[in-house]
Design a protein around this ligand. Structure first.
Ligand code: SMG
Ligand code: MG
Length: 368
């Protein structure tokens, strides 16, 4: 298969409600869709970078620039490619994992459509439905939080994740435990907002028997997480820190985490994501699927990934209506707290051309 052109399309997609984390508030999604046009089928993917470099160093305009100036030219120059060859074709470029992941996923989508094989089948999925959790942003009041969580539980979500930061930690977790009881599967995500000075606040969360605490310290601080893990009964899970299978194995072996969040975009693609899944399985460490407020284009392969056997906890793989009034593909719907794994060829979903057109803010076509 030869990639003949790459289309980069930016969309402005409003979120149904603002999503506040320790690093800022998202009110809409600046989506970068990547389409590869090949001599066979076309392939689509979504780049998970946010509009600003606040979750990671990558951001949408930067991803678009690196694809335009560095990655697409390498992909064109590679000649005959398959999904598995994309990583080495782009290897000369350091970092930019989210941008690389989008290209690799689009090539895989094209390739698998040619074979008539689904992402789930290709990656090694063992389930046809995956359990869903929901990530709940920081709210202005505890009452607003309880109301939001209550709505999600009524819809059937099987696990709640609360975003925390120093000053919004013990109180919201306590309020949610009081309102919904000790059996609720509950976890928290700090998005690097703590350090050794504020760590005592985290230790107070041990009383709530949380499933895990996600990424308390900055991403580089593997040693700090290992030290923290020694002093807490709540399992530490890493998200931002885990950028490859090698880093995952190292973090686990050094005692920095006992659970791993996998996001294909953060680690450079679904093939590396499967390697992380495999190394964690070998080390006895459960994984779960993270989310980046993806549209259906990005959600579909995430759900396929989440159907692999070592995905042992519900993921941030919520239904489309948790994010968007209208998804740009056929929507993912919650059924008994689960979403169905797509079975069609490639990512298994199609773009809704009219809605995509309405939301498009720019289109660029890259050619060799
Ligand atoms: O897709 O449901 C989702 C969002 C899940 O909380 C979520 N993602 O650190 O895990 C995380 C955040 C990163 C993105 S926040 C805009
Ligand atoms: Mg996280």
């Amino acid at each position: 298969m030869k990639v003949q052109a790459v289309e980069l399309r930016r969309l402005a997609v409003p979120l149904v409600r603002p999503f506040r984390t320790s690093f800022g508030t998202q009110t809409d999604r600046d989506v970068l869709l990547v389409r590869v046009i090949t001599d066979g089928a076309d392939g689509n993917a979504e780049c998970v970078a946010l509009a600003d470099p606040v979750y990671s160093s990558e951001y949408v305009a930067g991803a678009q620039a690196v694809i335009t100036d560095h990655l697409a030219p390498r992909l064109f120059a590679a000649g005959e490619v398959t999904g598995r060859r994309v990583h080495s074709a782009l290897g000369g470029v350091i970092g930019h994992r989210m941008a690389k992941a989008a290209l690799e996923t689009a090539v895989l989508d094209a390739e698998l459509r040619g074979y008539g094989v689904s992402f789930a089948g290709y990656l090694g999925a063992v389930r046809d439905r995956v359990e869903c959790g929901v990530s709940v942003g920081i709210t202005s009041t505890l009452d607003a939080l309880i109301e939001e969580v209550s709505g999600y539980l009524q819809q059937g979500y099987r696990r709640i994740k609360l975003k925390i930061e120093p000053g919004w930690d013990w109180e919201p977790v306590h309020a949610v435990r009081m309102a919904f009881g000790d059996d609720l599967l509950l976890q928290v995500d700090a998005n690097t907002a703590y350090d050794m000075a504020t760590a005592p606040r985290l230790r107070r969360l041990d009383e709530f028997e949380l499933l895990l605490i996600e990424q308390p310290f900055v991403e580089e601080d593997i040693a700090g997480h290992a030290a923290l893990a020694q002093t807490m009964s709540t399992p530490i899970c890493l998200d931002e820190s885990i950028v490859s299978a090698a880093v995952a194995a190292d973090a686990v072996n050094r005692g920095a985490c006992s659970i791993v969040n996998i996001k294909a975009g953060r680690v450079g693609g679904f093939l590396e994501a499967v390697r992380i899944h495999d190394v964690c399985a070998a080390l006895g460490v459960p994984v779960w699927c993270g989310g980046m407020l993806e549209t259906g284009v990005g959600r579909a392969p995430n759900i396929a990934l989440a159907a692999l056997p070592n995905f042992k906890l519900p993921g941030d793989t919520s239904a489309s209506d948790r994010y968007f009034a209208e998804d740009i593909t056929e929507p993912f719907v919650l059924e008994d707290g689960c979403v169905r794994v797509p079975t069609g060829p490639g990512i298994g979903v199609e773009l809704r051309a009219d809605i995509v057109e309405q939301m498009t803010t720019s289109v660029a076509l890259l050619r060799p």
